[in-house]
Write a protein that binds this ligand. Structure first.
Ligand code: XUL
Ligand code: CO
Length: 447
């Protein structure tokens, strides 16, 4: 795919041209080996299937700082001492990067785009100013907004949560911020709006009324939904589950918890889920587990594509490189008909030790190639239908006779007793787990 490269008043990634597709044999680290945007796979182009997005926060705001030391990447776009000028420079750098990478989407928090002001109205003005410039950049480059969100977790006022804060004055501030972020998302044609809980959780049950906080959370989300609809937002609202970090207990701990919460409060028609692979693994599940739970509930919205480190169990937000996990997830997504409004957002950050300008590109290229390979493998898995057949076969006892009647809700517990009594001990049947696990590897090696 070729996009217009947009360079602002200064080129921030000099010497790097638009990233080409060079294919399998290439050893150029600044070229795609598998992601060929216009290649048609299962009826759509790779670009249409994968809907890649770059996140603004890690890529343009993260410096590699950790609790033990400062950032190792001093960004040229951060050098102006005037925070609004720095925000404009960051915007230039971001759109130069998106268009050189040929990524079709980006995502932001309000505070990534524009700095917080001294008052609610100054913060709103700052954001509106940068949003107007971003709108021009989107037009010039063809890059679109996958989703917007509000950062209601960094400011000290949110130390006890935002929508779930015990103090109404803080809840009101969160409301002001979400209103402005929704305005910005609609103005920029965002296709989804995300709520990541941030500090929506608690650390100590002895000082927390979880019922009050959860009721308030649902009330807040309902107000945000209604406001968004009133200004013309038609896309889905997405909740991003995460079990811990920064809070000890987060209310949105995993996909099933969020699905239950949304249904309980009658929000399931407007809200879906934005899964993040590393959040799913933190909650003790394989990434594909939460994908399947969302698909079963009809609530798969979008994915923050990254991975954790299985050895330490932190939210390390590494770029995805695991073909097995990505192929499995893509096979579920493809089988479900693919993304509609959502996509694959690289909520991933460079390691603190990765300090070259090329590293920004190489990290994203690797993630895009991994998912592109995942898509090619998924196409084979879905087309050949071996796994689907194995599942059908495994549940065949529900297709006829009393098994079918059970599925249709026509049997009682007494009927089950009679069936068991009449048919005696069931024959053990293998789940064939090793076989199906090996099958994925066979598909991986076949592309
Ligand atoms: C934090 C995280 C966030 C959300 C957006 O772990 O994933 O960046 O994606 O607020
Ligand atoms: Co995320």
């Amino acid at each position: 795919m070729s996009q217009n490269i947009t360079i602002g008043r200064k080129e921030y990634f000099p010497g790097i041209a638009q990233i080409p597709f060079e294919g399998k044999g290439s050893d150029n680290p600044l070229a795609f080996k598998a992601y060929d945007a216009t290649r048609v796979v299962a009826g759509k182009t790779m670009q249409e299937h994968l809907r890649f997005a770059v996140c603004y926060w890690h890529t343009f705001c993260g410096t590699g700082a950790d609790p033990f030391g400062p950032g190792t990447r001093i960004h040229a776009w951060d050098s102006d001492s005037n925070p609004m000028q720095a925000a404009k420079d960051r915007l230039d750098a971001a759109f130069e990067f998106f268009s050189k990478l040929t990524v079709p989407y980006y995502c932001f928090h309000d505070r990534d785009l524009a700095p917080e002001g001294d008052s609610v109205s100054e913060s709103e003005k700052n954001l509106q100013h940068i949003v107007a410039l971003a709108k021009e950049k989107q037009k010039e480059s063809g890059v679109k907004l996958l989703w917007g969100t509000a950062n209601t977790f960094s400011h000290t006022r949110y130390m006890n949560g935002a929508a779930t804060n015990p103090d109404f004055n803080v809840v009101a501030h969160a409301g002001a911020q979400v209103k402005a972020a929704l305005d910005a998302t609609v103005e920029l044609g965002g296709e989804n709006y995300v709520f990541w809980g941030g500090r929506e959780g608690y650390a100590c049950l002895q000082n927390t009324s979880t019922k009050t906080e959860l009721d308030n959370f649902a009330r807040f989300l309902t107000m945000a939904r209604d406001y968004g609809r009133s200004i013309g937002f038609k896309g889905p609202y997405l909740i991003e589950p995460k079990p811990m970090e920064p809070m000890y207990h987060q209310y949105d701990s995993d996909a099933q918890t969020v699905i239950g919460f949304l249904r309980h409060y009658g929000l399931d028609k407007d809200f879906k889920i934005n899964l993040e692979a590393n959040h799913t693994t933190l909650s003790g599940h394989d990434p594909a587990h939460d994908v399947q739970m969302c698909i079963d509930a009809g609530m798969l919205g979008s994915i923050d594509a990254n991975r954790g480190n299985p050895q330490n169990g932190w939210d390390t937000d590494q770029f995805p490189t695991n073909i097995y996990d990505c192929a499995l997830a893509m096979s579920l997504i493809l089988d479900d008909g693919g993304f509609t409004s959502g996509g694959l957002n690289f909520d991933a950050k460079l390691r603190r030790e990765s300090t070259n300008m090329q590293d920004f590109f190489i990290a994203h290229i690797g993630g895009m190639d991994t998912y592109a390979r995942g898509l090619l493998i998924a196409e084979k898995i879905v087309k050949e239908g071996k796994l689907a057949m194995i599942k059908d076969q495994r549940y065949r006892s529900f297709n006829s006779g009393e098994g079918k009647e059970f599925r249709e809700g026509k049997l009682s517990l007494n009927n089950l007793r009679e069936h068991a009594h009449k048919h005696g001990e069931p024959v053990l049947e293998s789940g064939r787990q090793e076989y199906v696990e090996n099958l994925i590897n066979d598909y991986i090696f076949s592309i």
